[in-house]
Design a protein around this ligand. Sequence first.
Ligand code: HEC
Ligand code: HEC
Ligand code: HEC
Ligand code: HEC
Length: 121
Amino acid sequence: MAVFCGLGLTLGGMAIAGEGPAVFKLENRKGTVTFNHHAHQALGLKCGACHHGVEGGKKVPYKAGQKNQKCETCHNKGNTSMPAKYRKPMSVFHKTCKGCHKKMAANHPKAPTKCNGCHKK
Ligand code: HEC
Ligand code: HEC
Ligand code: HEC
Ligand code: HEC
């Protein structure tokens, strides 16, 4: 995805390379969540730790080379073909993000599990 390379972010002067945009600012009423996409990739996490595919309207495991889209492209309130519990972006973000942080908490104390660890006003 050479098209994104120019967006390479620097953190403390150190460049972190990766796929897709470097950082997402996820705005919401609880407080903005700054998600460092490239820093997560640099931890060695595979794309499929967060991204998944869709076949026949069902979620399927990530396949190398698939097109990745923003989660809210499908997980949004207007998408009536989506089961109601997965429509709000928050529902899948909390499941994916907090879910992993909780699992990794023992070895990764810097992975936030508390509300204000992710949400900043
Ligand atoms: C720790 C989770 C995580 C990992 C690992 C991850 N991504 Fe993402 N990525 C996201 C999230 C979350 C979004 C969308 C944010 C949103 O919906 O606003 C995203 C967005 C993207 C986008 C932009 C989509 C768009 O239309 O703007 C691309 C491209 C992408 N990812 C590619 C990759 C690739 C390729 C990998 C593996 C090398 C990868 N990502 C690894 C979480 C992750
Ligand atoms: C192209 C549409 C599409 C995109 C883009 C998409 N999803 Fe999904 N997602 C689905 C569908 C369809 C389901 C299955 C709903 C069902 O169970 O019928 C699903 C289900 C889920 C579930 C609930 C099921 C489970 O296994 O826990 C989670 C969590 C999830 N998606 C996370 C994400 C995240 C995070 C992103 C962005 C990185 C994302 N999705 C992007 C279509 C999409
Ligand atoms: C598969 C596991 C995994 C997933 C999924 C994941 N994270 Fe993380 N995240 C981590 C780990 C591990 C760390 C701690 C890194 C360290 O030890 O420095 C972390 C750290 C963070 C931090 C604190 C460091 C920083 O970058 O500022 C934030 C905020 C964060 N994650 C937000 C998110 C959000 C938002 C999502 C969902 C879009 C997400 N994470 C998905 C594993 C994950
Ligand atoms: C690991 C990071 C993380 C943690 C921890 C977390 N959240 Fe979130 N939260 C998110 C993300 C990402 C979004 C989605 C932002 C978006 O819609 O783009 C979100 C969205 C929300 C929303 C917005 C819902 C809406 O529809 O506008 C609320 C409210 C919320 N979270 C409450 C909480 C509360 C309460 C806690 C603690 C019990 C919490 N969150 C913990 C990452 C986190």
